[in-house]
Design a protein around this ligand. Sequence first.
Ligand code: SPD
Length: 366
Amino acid sequence: MEGGAGRGLECQKIMDGKVNENGNVLDKTIIPSCCLKSRASDTELDAKCHATVVSGWFSEPGSHSDKAGKRLYFNNPMWPGEAHSLEVKNILYKEKSEYQEILVFECSTYGKVLVLDGIVQLTEKDECAYQEMITHLPLCSIQSPKTVLVVGGGDGGVLREISRHSSVELIDICEIDKMVIDVSNKFFPELSIGFEDPRVQLHIGDAVEFLRHAPEGKYDAIIVDSSDPVGPAQELVERSFFEMIARALRPGGVLCNMAESMWLHTHLIHDMISICRETFKGSVHYAWTSVPTYPSGVIGFLICSTEGPPVDFIHPINPIENIEGALKHQRELRFYSSEMHAAAFALPSFLKREVPLLRDSPTPAK
Ligand code: SPD
C-alpha cells in the first residue's frame, strides 16, 4: 500500500506534462509504470504471470527463485513493487486452458481461492463484496431491468446475483474460457449455481465478437466482470469495446465495468472515464468497494448510462430491499444494501485530485 497515492499523483503530473522535482519538463508521452498494462505491447509486458506456491505460501503476483534459491517477485506492471500472500492449505487444481493457467487452492483464512494466470479472481470469503456490488449497483439503478448481458463472469457469481432480480427475463453471458466454468462448477458450487437459472443463455466465445453481432439497443444492463486487462481481457479497456457496449444498450441503459484500484491505477481510471464520457452520453461515475484479497484491498467500478431516460446511480430507483425475495434468493445477501450502494460513490479527495474528471461527481450526502 505504501506510496500508492503518491505514485498516482506522479502519474497525473507526468500525464499533464508538468515538471519534476528538479524543475525539468517531463515528456508527456511517458506512461507511468503502474499503468503500462493498459498499453502493453512489448515483450516484457506481454510476459504472463504464473502462479507459484513457495514454502506453503501463494503470492500475487507470482514469484520464482534464482539460482541461489533466493525468492524473487515478478515485477508485474499492474502492481509494481508489491505482493500479497496467502497461506496454502491444499492445492486442489492446476491446469492450463487454451487461454490461461487456472489454479484453485484452499487457504487458511479466505477458504477456496480461484486464480487465473497468477492473479486472484475470488475467494469464498470475500467474493460477496465484488459480485454483489458489480451486479446490484447497475441493476438497482434502473426500473425493472429485463435484459442483461454479462461479459466474462465464468465463475457464475454475477449470475447468482442477477437471479435475485425477478424482473429480469434474459441473462446472456459471454465467457471466453469454458474451463473456468467447469472448474467453478466443481470447486465453487455457491457461485456456479448462477448457471442453473433458466433465464441464463451461455455463449462461449470472444466478447468483442459477441458484441459486434449483438442487436442495437438489446440490453437494459451490461456487466463486465473481466479479469485484469492483461492476457485475454486486454481488449476490454479499449475505446472500441466501450463503443460496442454503448451500441448494445438501450437508451438509458447501464454499464458496470470492473475498474481496478484507486490506490494503484489512477491513470487507467482516468483513461476509462475519459473514453466513457465521450462514448456514453448519459452519466459516468466511479464507485468502489473493499475486497481484501485484491491488490490494495479495494476494487472500483465504472458505471455509465447511455443517452435517454436519466439514471440517478447514487439514489437507486429500484432498491433491493423492495424486490420480493431478493434478499434471500439462493443465499442471503452478505454485503450489498441500499446504504452500501450510496456509500460506494463517496470518493476520497486524493482520487478527485488525481482524476479531475471525477471532481464533479455528486456525493451521496448531497
Ligand atoms: N485483480 C483481480 C480482478 C478480478 C476481477 N474479476 C473477478 C471475477 C469474479 N467473478
